[in-house]
Design a protein around this ligand. Structure first.
Ligand SMILES: [Zn+2]
Length: 266
């Protein structure tokens, strides 16, 4: 996405220059097929950006077919059917738009988010798009059951796939927003979705370009919860930053760092 206002959104560049926001998805080879964490926009979205709704016009998505999860999965030599499971941080269009491209996959989601998306309150109606959710996804909803992960409530998902993974509720951006924690050999990767937007927000003291801060405040379902959960993530990064790698959905620097780390790990 290339919203105008790079200086306000990224802290450098021109006022009207386009900024860059990615949709950072993860693809995991499990013992039982591929697992996709978030889908980004879908194939139909790239053909008709109107499907994304009014708010996304300002985000100026490029709508490039080759950047969709489906086309990237195919470019790796797999087929849509190889993606047996999708885990979503939440169901906004930039995270769920690709669901129709994988119609046979199980779609794992935090119960509160599924409820919020399928039966939206008036103020949430503009954010969820029926065209991404109405094709009859094979929903698997999860609720917390007392499991803990570094002091956070969590729920273990995808048993039997060899992937050690938990949904970590981080509500605020949307009502049932959650992070996804994934065991990676010695440590963990925590995909924080939209719980933060700029890597500086996990630093102590935190910093975030003003336009990005405003954007988050305009788009959260519950500001108090969002701010509190971001503070908890900051503390987690302070205490366990050597064991946990953090990525969020839209920060291109997070994506660069994650790619570099993957390449280094071979
Ligand atoms: Zn998002």
């Amino acid at each position: 996405m290339c919203p105008r206002g790079r200086r306000l959104l990224e802290g450098e560049g021109g006022l009207l220059e386009p900024a860059e926001a990615v949709c950072h998805c993860l693809l995991i080879e499990s013992d039982d097929g591929l697992v996709l964490i978030d889908t980004g926009f879908g194939v139909e979205d790239t053909r008709d950006l109107g499907r994304l709704g009014f708010a996304f016009r300002m985000m100026r998505p490029k709508g490039e077919l080759a950047e969709t999860a489906l086309k990237q999965v195919e470019a790796l030599g797999f087929a849509a059917g190889d993606v047996r499971r999708i885990v979503t941080t939440h169901l906004d269009p930039d995270h769920s738009g690709g669901l129709p491209d994988f119609p046979d996959a199980e779609v794992h989601v935090f119960a509160r988010e599924l409820e919020a998306a399928l039966h939206p309150k008036l103020q949430d109606k503009p954010r969820y798009r029926r065209c991404h959710l109405d094709h009859g996804p094979n929903w698997v909803s999860h609720d917390v059951e007392g499991e803990e992960w570094f002091g956070f409530e969590g729920v273990r998902i995808l048993p039997g796939t060899g992937a050690e993974m938990l949904l970590i509720p981080l509500a605020g951006h949307s009502r049932g927003h959650s992070g996804v924690a994934l065991r990676t050999g010695d440590g963990w990767l925590l995909h924080c979705g939209d719980a933060y937007f700029h890597h500086g927000e996990l630093a102590t003291p935190p910093h975030c370009p003003p336009g990005m801060r405003l954007f988050q405040n305009l788009n959260n379902a519950d500001r108090k919860q969002r701010v509190a959960n971001q503070e908890r993530l900051r503390e987690l990064a302070r205490r366990h930053g050597d064991e946990i790698a953090f990525v969020c959905s839209h920060d291109p620097d997070d994506l660069d760092r994650a790619r570099t780390a993957l390449a280094a790990a071979g």
